[in-house]
Design a protein around this ligand. Structure first.
Ligand SMILES: NC(=O)c1ccc[n+]([C@@H]2O[C@H](COP(=O)([O-])OP(=O)(O)OC[C@H]3O[C@@H](n4cnc5c(N)ncnc54)[C@H](OP(=O)(O)O)[C@@H]3O)[C@@H](O)[C@H]2O)c1
Length: 259
């Protein structure tokens, strides 16, 4: 299946590691030009180097998506480099979650700045470029908790629900301009954050992940692989998803209790 992503310019926030880096690799395989941002310069440069070694045209911009000025600099740099933008993956994020009473105002604000305001500012910044290109696609990476929050999942699940609402609002507003906006709701997919958790538990990721998937009751019986996530994002960005907009797709091995 030809995704028709060759020569397209796609921006991936949080692209230096985990699911964002896997997405960048997938996009490079398809011949897309990819701009990545993340805060840590060393990891960002290493990922960009690996992508270039794979033959990719890649721009790496150190940026914190919780800062409005960094997002503007990231989008401007990509547009200055290639003269167009066709897609945006709002992927940068964390899984801040604790009992409601323990979440301070500062923590609520930080979570919203990073995940909700970060995504909405990036969408606003790319919009004129997508319009100039005759259309494009935005993918918001969220969590299955956006649809099915559990106890002790604030502030993350609340911010993710807002991200799902933002996805629908944008899909309604931007469709007439040829811009599709979708969300991918992640369950449990192996990434750098899962490697850090496994390390903390003193177990190899394969063992730790299998145990956590069993405990959570993932119907497919395992953690997802980052390539499985990246395939879905590449599809949603591509011409093969040209009639899909405003959806929130669970990529979770069946884990979510709701469709
Ligand atoms: N993997 C899962 O099971 C899972 C489940 C639910 C939701 N998600 C969501 O999926 C997305 C990717 O998760 P992941 O598992 O791949 O995480 P990860 O392995 O921890 O990677 C996160 C990436 O985002 C970057 N990042 C973090 N904060 C950033 C910021 N403020 N500005 C710019 N970049 C930032 C990190 O680099 P720096 O730290 O250097 O900035 C890194 O490149 C996140 O939004 C996460 O919440 C993942």
């Amino acid at each position: 299946m030809d995704l028709e992503l060759s020569g397209r310019v796609v921006l991936v926030t949080g692209g230096s590691d985990g699911l964002g880096a896997a997405t960048a690799h997938r996009l490079v395989q398809e011949g897309a030009k990819v701009a990545l941002c993340a805060r840590g310069v060393e990891r960002l440069e290493a990922t960009a180097a690996a992508l270039r070694a794979q033959g990719g045209e890649v721009l790496a911009v150190p940026a914190d998506v919780a800062r409005a000025e960094d997002i503007a600099r990231f989008v401007d740099a990509a547009h200055a480099r290639w003269g167009r933008v066709d897609g945006l993956v709002n992927n940068a994020g964390t899984a801040e979650a604790k009992p409601f009473v323990a979440v301070s105002d500062a923590e609520w604000e930080a979570d919203l700045q990073l995940k909700l305001f970060g995504a909405s500012r990036a969408a606003r910044a790319v919009l004129p470029h997508l319009q100039a290109a005759g259309g494009g696609a935005i993918v918001n990476v969220l969590s299955i908790k956006a649809k099915a929050p559990g106890q002790h999942s604030a502030p993350s699940s609340v911010t993710r629900a807002a991200g799902m609402s933002l996805t629908k609002v944008l899909s309604k507003e931007l469709g007439a301009q040829g811009v599709r906006v979708n969300a991918v709701l992640v369950g449990m997919i192996a990434s750098a954050q899962w490697e850090r958790r496994a390390q903390k538990a003193g177990q190899p990721l394969a063992v730790f992940g299998a145990e956590k998937a069993r405990e959570a009751g993932v119907p497919l019986g395992r953690l997802g692989r980052s390539e499985e996530f990246a395939d879905v994002v590449a599809f949603l960005l591509s011409a093969r998803a040209s009639y899909i907009s405003g959806v929130a797709l669970n990529v979770d091995g069946g884990l979510s209790p709701v469709v």
